[in-house]
Design a protein around this ligand. Sequence first.
Ligand SMILES: [Zn+2]
Length: 313
Amino acid sequence: MRPKKLFLFLIAFFAVIVSDYGLTQNNYPPFIYDVYVLTDNNNKALPDKDIKEAIENAQEVISKIFGATLSTPNIYQYPYKQYFDMRLGEKIDSNIEKYRINIFNINPPVLKKMISSYKSPAFIYAFKGEVPKSDKVRYNSLIGTYRNTFAALQEIKDISGKHVITEENHYYSLAYINAMLYMDTNWDKSFNWTPKIYITNHIIIDDEIDMPVHTLIRGGLANGLSSLQSRSMIVSYYGLLNDEYIQKDNNDLVRFNRNKILGALIVHEFGHAAMKMPDEFLDNGSVMYPVWRFNYWEWFDNLTRHVTQGGAP
Ligand SMILES: [Zn+2]
């Protein structure tokens, strides 16, 4: 290569590096995760190709809004309950029950703690557009919601007609799942430890004493959970699959959009687990804005319309 050509080549080379850097602001080493797809055969489930497409969508959005790279993960499949039983065979915190709400017997201290949040921004978000004005009305409506939510949870059945939430099992329990995510730090520390993205069709109910009020309002169901300690995360698409509006047509466009929404749910948890970002209650264009009730379409539509830095895909 002649000197002049070399010079031009170098300019072009640096221009590519600079523009690439400016575009993605990629200051992070790639995030390496394993994906564990935990499927419960007693519920509707997405086909493997949809899960794969959702992960690819998440990778694209993570790069676009966080300027970070989620490396293409290895994907493993397990039956949900079998995996859950295996993991809870490990030693878990024996105090776990102290942090749980007993769905079958609401206890007054928990109720009191929950109701103390009735003036917080999270409360305003949870009841948006319909926040009762007086403290007394707010207080009473929260108590009413609490009681109705836990009564309704006891009625949920799987496709075989069995109750999903019983006093005998913990498969739905966010408190137990949280313990499992926490234990991922030690799970395979003897060899190279990789944090995990769990993707499941099983219902997850927030039964921790500090359940946020927006989760209570949508019936106690959680779309996901992250562990800051282990950086592992879980996303449940149970709510997405049971959304009547999303399910009414099973055409290609619905599939395409559903995989985009599941991708965005993964990005939300990635924001917590990998980027250490909290929930954002004021900017509905931020991917850290939680899904309000179960309006997945509205949530995703806001994300795609407000293309803001640090916020939307
Ligand atoms: Zn969140």
